[in-house]
Ligand binder design. Structure first.
Ligand code: C2E
Ligand code: MG
Ligand code: MG
Ligand code: MG
Length: 292
């Protein structure tokens, strides 16, 4: 069924990609319908924020949560971000939608802290248009003030491609964000054809190795060397390293052997709704009380 690629499937990554490469040249009627309903999705409260824990390999503890946007379309079901984020970016709707994600994630993180869980950072993805907003710092300051979350518990992820598009501009924005005290990371590292030597001028805390590398790891020996080189170089630059898309025990073993600090992937947790994420945090807390 051709439309199946529109909907969120458990492992739809590759399908969605194929869907999108065709969709960019000619928009299917389904895509045009989605584009229209996207305009009302925010006010109709069709968005949800899911959370995926990031795990410290050494301690086995949750070291952060990434906020991942979901769209529950009334007729089409759950639509994947790889389908609707590009539409939202194109129309500019990503700006109000992204602001809603930021507010929701900060509020949730503060609620977890108030409930007595070990304080964690919540990571929010920023799109190009959001990153380019002249009043980004002001918006973020307002959200932090409104929700009562300390800036150090908010992490902002920008992709490597966004970061390198205009390095001078990126540096100015990141300097301002760094001054605010938020945590800064580069997402999907390795896909933007840049190099760490170009990124080293940026005030970064965290580098996330793109999942395509981890997926190739067991298929191609050379990839192991590349991942290792990224981890070593990144750590020498003082960055915290996370490997994305870890699904297999052997991938985890390899990442352990090269001292990669954190992993994020289905092997540990899938992205889940806030109530499920709370259950995960309760289990995590009990695990550590039991161990004492
Ligand atoms: P990302 O920021 O790189 O997020 C990681 C993606 O990898 C998520 O896909 C997550 O569900 C998926 N993932 C995590 N572990 C595994 C694994 O073990 N195997 C596989 N195959 N996938 C794994 P998701 O949620 O579909 O999001 C896709 C992309 O959409 C994100 O990639 C991010 O670029 C974008 N996105 C999601 N939420 C937002 C948002 O609120 N704002 C913006 N601007 N972009 C967002
Ligand atoms: Mg991300
Ligand atoms: Mg990524
Ligand atoms: Mg991505």
């Amino acid at each position: 069924h051709a439309d199946a690629a529109l909907y969120y499937a458990k492992d739809a990554g590759r399908n969605n990609y194929q869907f999108y490469t065709t969709a960019l040249s000619t928009k299917t009627p389904e895509l045009l319908t989605l584009e229209k309903s996207l305009r009302f999705a925010l006010e109709r409260e069709e968005f949800m924020v899911y959370y995926q824990p990031r795990v410290n390999i050494i301690t086995g503890q949750i070291s952060g949560m990434e906020a991942l946007l979901r769209w529950q379309h009334p007729e089409m079901g759950l639509v994947a971000p790889s389908v609707f984020i590009p539409l939202a970016e194109e129309s500019g709707l990503i700006v109000p939608i992204g602001e809603w994600v930021l507010r929701t994630a900060c509020k949730q993180n503060k609620a977890w802290q108030d409930a007595g869980f070990t304080p964690l950072t919540v990571a929010v993805n920023l799109s190009l248009k959001q990153f380019r907003q002249p009043n980004l710092v002001e918006i973020l300051n307002n959200i932090l003030k409104e929700t009562g979350l300390e800036p150090k518990f908010l992490e902002l992820e920008i992709t490597e491609s966004i970061a390198i598009e205009d390095l001078e501009f990126t540096r100015n924005v990141l300097d301002a964000l760094q001054e605010m005290g938020v945590y800064l990371s580069i997402d999907d590292f390795g896909t933007g054809h840049s190099s760490l030597s170009r990124l080293q001028l940026l005030p970064l805390h965290h580098l996330k190795i793109d999942k395509s590398f981890i997926q190739e790891l067991t298929r191609d020996d050379k990839v192991a060397h590349i991942i290792k080189a990224i981890v070593v170089l990144g750590q020498n630059l003082g960055l915290r390293l996370t490997a994305e898309g870890v699904e297999k025990a052997e991938e985890l073993e390899f990442l352990k052997s090269i001292n990669c600090e954190d992993v994020q992937g289905y092997l540990f947790y899938r992205p889940v709704a806030a109530d499920k994420a709370t259950e995960i945090l309760i289990k995590e807390k009990n695990k550590h009380t039991d161990a004492q």
